[in-house]
Design a protein around this ligand. Structure first.
Ligand code: HEM
Length: 362
């Protein structure tokens, strides 16, 4: 038997260069120090993205992207198709866990200043992936064509329409017309299953290439405390530890899907009045709640417009962080940027909390 194995190995090596791949895998090492745990979060996000791709493809076999059939096709999937409910529920839960893992990955790389030179582009490609992931969430939410999703999309796209100059155009572009209709559904469907997966795959490829090229960063604090240079081989040691996390995530996903299956609610009725207390997905809640607190006008400018522009500037600020935090780039501690990170995180958590605990009035 070993002879067969070594012959297959030699055959493949001659054609695809297995030895080179092995050499590359052996070269990759992970620094071991008190913050090493955070190195698992990117891999966890990648795993959950993989789950999304697999379950998403399975959903495509039954889903029908039209206002007349979308809701019914999801209803059929949940009630009649064997394990259809499980696949849909895993897709919904894994989307939530992926966003959560992504937030933790973003903030951990932020606080460890992993964005500093020469990893500026790793950070920026990550920020773009964050944007795409939020886009996945926003477009996917509408696809079952139920009441809650319909009105949340109406409000969500309305917010874009409030922007000066580009607003009306962006609104029509997103909705495929003036209102949220079947045309919006088709558009969101195309974006959700083709445009975003294509962009995300390319960007993840670029992100991972950069991670591979630069290796894992050692945080400034660890370096200053006299890092002893301990390292763990990525293959197989780190990857096996990654796999333990992935198995745990799979178990959690299975349990969540079984005990709290995805709901469907009532079919969307564009002519019905909006139900009380429309809520976006939890990861949009802090923005949604902020807009509620703003006054109707700041001088001549609408409050909502100020809020949206504020978030856009905030996003741009985060994107450009590697170039703004000059102290980190020089390998010095930068308490100011850590404090900014804490302030952003505290703001997001507080506003999300308020979003869920305030009594809905509209
Ligand atoms: C689909 C989304 C993403 C995937 C699949 C992903 C995947 C990964 C993986 C596998 C790693 C190496 C292991 C680790 O450090 O955790 C990594 C590193 C990194 N990621 Fe991401 N990532 C994503 C989004 C993001 C976001 C949103 C940011 C921040 C804006 C980001 C910033 C970084 C940085 C700076 C590193 C280098 C860490 C270091 O060298 O210490 N990534 N990513």
């Amino acid at each position: 038997m070993p002879d067969v194995r070594s012959r297959v190995y030699a055959w493949l090596d001659e054609r695809i260069g297995l030895k080179d791949i092995e050499k590359l895998a052996k070269k990759k090492e992970i620094p071991v120090h008190r913050h090493s745990f955070w190195y698992y979060l990117g891999g966890m996000t990648l795993f959950l993205f993989g789950i999304q791709v697999i379950t998403g493809i399975l959903l495509l076999f039954y889903y029908r992207p039209s206002a007349e059939e979308a809701y019914e096709s999801v209803q059929f999937l949940m009630a009649e198709v064997e394990f259809g409910w499980l696949i849909r529920s895993v897709h919904a839960w894994s989307a939530n866990l992926m966003v959560l893992a992504l937030f933790v990955h973003l903030f951990s790389t932020f606080f460890l200043k992993a964005y500093r030179k020469p990893r500026e582009l790793t950070w920026m490609s990550g920020m773009a992936l964050m944007g795409l992931t939020l886009g996945f969430g926003f477009t996917g939410y509408l696809l079952p064509w139920n009441e809650l999703a319909y009105f949340a999309t109406k409000v969500g796209t309305e917010i874009t329409g409030a922007l000066p100059l580009v607003g009306p155009f962006a609104l029509r572009l997103l909705r495929g017309g003036d209102e949220v209709t079947g045309a919006t559904l088709t558009r969101f469907y195309g974006i959700h299953v083709a445009v975003l997966p294509l962009l995300a795959t390319g960007l993840i490829g670029a992100h991972l290439f950069l991670v591979q090229k630069h290796g894992m960063s050692v945080p400034i604090g660890v370096e200053r405390a006299g890092y002893d240079g301990r390292r763990l081989p990525f293959f197989p040691n780190f990857l096996l530890r990654d796999a333990i996390g992935w198995l745990a995530a799979l178990a959690i996903l299975g349990a969540l899907a079984a005990f709290f299956p995805a709901e469907l609610g009532k079919k969307a009725d564009p002519f019905a009045p909006a139900p009380i207390g429309i809520k976006p997905e939890w990861y949009f809640m802090f923005m949604f709640q902020t807009l509620k607190y703003l006054p109707a006008h700041f001088g001549p400018i609408e409050g909502e417009v100020v809020g949206i522009l504020g978030f856009k500037i905030g996003g741009l600020f985060l994107l450009m962080i590697p170039f703004l935090d000059r102290r980190s780039a020089r390998g010095e501690r930068s308490r100011l940027f850590s404090a900014i990170g804490v302030a952003i995180l505290a703001y997001m958590i507080l506003l999300t909390y308020l979003g869920y605990t305030m009594v809905p009035t509209q």
